[in-house]
Design a protein around this ligand. Structure first.
Ligand SMILES: Cc1ncc(COP(=O)(O)O)c(C=O)c1O
Length: 450
């Protein structure tokens, strides 16, 4: 029997017991709650690593769900943010830096003819959908199963793949992400399985003339990094043109990560609107809605409403200016993608040595690990994977000093600092090897017991 890894979480556990008296689940986002005994509270993050309040150190592959593209507490971005602080916060008026950042985005992303700032991915996608409705005068929209576009009612409809019988001919039921989402909103949302060309054509044939937008996340950052084939997104482009529907590419996770010009540049598809957030500010809250000039000009008095007290906040804007300059002018994205490729090679050699069949989805900078010979090409196919192996392995990895998402649907994220810290790879692979062996032993014991 291998020895079980142990972490002292006594301070985090005590903090949880206090916090839960004041904060629902003891946290500020439901996804940060990992159970009474395993919810951790952080002291700090630096580069690709974090430290909890018990003094446990981790190599982190969640990176706040992607924003820390350069690494936590990046000196270059933080120095810029401090200069932003001196500007004075928000004024309910504009500053010159907005144009400088918008020009940088337009240089990096050819479809970004005009730019509007927002504070979060949710706000940006919400604004993008409103813009599409304003432009087309239509209300319905098309979502792709497994996609995630933020916490607003219109986007919170998902295919219930977990409750679905994969052997049946029926589609998974479309259900809300939890309570509080009005069923009346449901009738405006249509869902299609990713990479199914026939279904896409059929759906446009039936509903195309009522759709304002098709919203797609071509690398599904909340669904194992399952990826759209280029021909699928190209077909979506063609059908959108044919039916007068606006194509919105949600680059909240992929933007300024998988390529300077986002996933759209890898696919060779020009959306009408796209949304960016996370990586653009290395963690400072900032997002953008960008797109075709004629569409974007619907943001005007008497047109589509958009604004908000904190939009283009001087601190976030200064951080974004520095972060985007680094991403545009230095090899940071190549460094982190190269690290991801080396990490995958290392993990594969551990799994191959034990005869564990696996594959990867997504991009070297954000990838999903999948325990089947072929990666899934849509959310329905994810169901056929044995994710119990992943779940158990992730549990052990946390104890061994590597933080990955406990849910197999969240990809692993790379940052520049991982690639610049030679010990990150060796520390991670050492932990992965132990976690894999512990998982094998655990599953074998469980099987014997059953
Ligand atoms: C693709 C995508 N769109 C939108 C959002 C919402 O962004 P935020 O959490 O900043 O509101 C997310 C968040 O993970 C996302 O991954």
């Amino acid at each position: 029997m291998m020895q079980m890894p142990r972490r002292d979480l006594s301070r985090s556990n005590a903090q949880f017991r206090r916090a839960v008296q004041r904060l629902p689940l003891g946290v500020s986002s439901t996804f940060r709650y990992w159970g009474e005994d395993r919810t951790i509270y952080l002291a700090e993050g630096k580069g690709g690593r974090i430290r909890d309040i018990d003094g446990n150190h981790y190599v982190d592959y969640r990176l706040g769900y992607g924003p820390a593209i350069l690494g936590y507490a990046d000196n270059r971005v933080d120095a810029a943010a401090r200069r932003g602080m001196e500007v004075g916060g928000v004024f309910a008026l504009s500053t010159e830096r907005e144009l400088a950042v918008a020009d940088r985005i337009a240089k990096m992303v050819p479809s970004a003819e005009l730019v509007r700032f927002s504070n979060s991915g949710t706000e940006a996608v919400m604004g993008a959908l409103r813009l599409a409705r304003a432009y087309t005068g239509r209300e319905s929209y098309l979502l792709v199963e497994g996609g995630y576009h933020g916490l607003f009612d219109a986007a919170m409809w998902q295919a219930d793949v977990e409750g679905w019988d994969a052997g049946s001919n029926a589609d998974p039921e479309v259900v809300p992400y939890g309570k509080g989402i009005p069923p009346t909103v449901r009738k405006l949302a249509h869902l299609v399985p990713m990479n199914d060309m026939q279904r896409l054509e059929d759906t446009f044939r039936r509903h195309g003339d009522q759709l304002a937008a098709m919203l797609i996340e071509p690398i599904q950052g909340n669904c194992c990094a399952i990826s759209a084939r280029a021909e699928y997104v190209q077909l979506a482009r063609k059908l959108c043109d044919q039916y007068g529907v606006l194509l919105i590419i949600d680059e909240v996770k992929t933007g300024f990560r998988v390529a300077k010009g986002g996933v759209q540049s890898l696919l060779g598809v020009r959306p009408d609107i796209s949304t960016f957030a996370k990586a653009m500010g290395n963690g400072y809250p900032i997002a953008v809605i960008t797109g075709r000039a004629d569409v974007m000009r619907c943001f005007r008095c008497g047109g589509a409403s958009h604004g908000g007290t904190y939009t283009a906040h001087s601190v976030s804007l200064a951080a974004a200016e520095a972060c985007l300059r680094i991403l545009d002018e230095t090899p940071a994205l190549a460094t982190l993608a190269d690290y991801g490729a080396r990490l995958k090679t290392g993990v594969s050699s551990i799994l191959d040595a034990r005869g564990i069949v696996h594959s990867y989805t997504g991009h070297d900078s954000m990838f999903g690990l999948f325990f089947a010979a072929e990666p899934p090409d849509n959310y329905r196919a994810w169901k056929t994977s044995d994710y119990s192996f992943y779940d158990q392995m992730a549990y052990f990895l946390h104890d061994l000093g590597v933080i990955c998402e406990p849910d197999s649907r969240e990809p692993w994220f790379m940052c520049e600092a991982h690639g610049l810290d030679p010990a990150c790879l060796t520390d991670t692979l050492k932990a992965v090897e132990t976690a894999v062996d512990l998982t094998l032993e655990h599953l074998e014991t469980a099987e014997k017991a059953s």
